[in-house]
Design a protein around this ligand. Sequence first.
Ligand code: ATP
Length: 155
Amino acid sequence: MELDHEEEVPYLEIYRERDRQLENAFAQVHAFQILEHAEPVEVDHEEEVPYLPMNEDQFLQAKQSMNAGQKEIFTLVTQSIQNQMSGAEERLKIFFTGGAGVGKTFLLKLLRDQINRCYAKDTVKVCSLTGVAARLINGATIHSTLNCLYRKTVA
Ligand SMILES: Nc1ncnc2c1ncn2[C@@H]1O[C@H](COP(=O)(O)OP(=O)(O)OP(=O)(O)O)[C@@H](O)[C@H]1O
């Protein structure tokens, strides 16, 4: 069956988005494989980028300004926390992604504050694959967090 232009575009968008998500997920699995087989060498450990929790006003304001997609994920996580606090053993594993500027970092920071408020300060460890990304999310690289040894390549 031949699709006209109107029908074809949404299909391609979804396909491209899924393709990107898979690529991202495979890149992360590959990074863990590298870390598992890292060679023991001396490394410089980066400092964790300091993180200041939001104050009450900032936290409430951020919560109120969430868009529908952010709210959906936020509710899923808070619901899961409540279930855990009531004794549920099931643990939530969630992967969210999206294009540039859609609000992933905003949501991540809000979730970190929410979880730290529910449990204890510093319960959440935020990690990334690169130092640049770590700066954006006030976190640390995975290898630094896990104190992994890795070989630095000098170009
Ligand atoms: N619900 C929101 N209310 C107010 N501002 C928001 C909201 N969501 C995102 N923003 C703002 O929009 C901008 C882009 O959001 P953010 O950095 O979270 O996007 P991102 O998906 O992490 O982008 P990238 O993938 O490019 O890093 C930021 O300035 C952020 O503070």
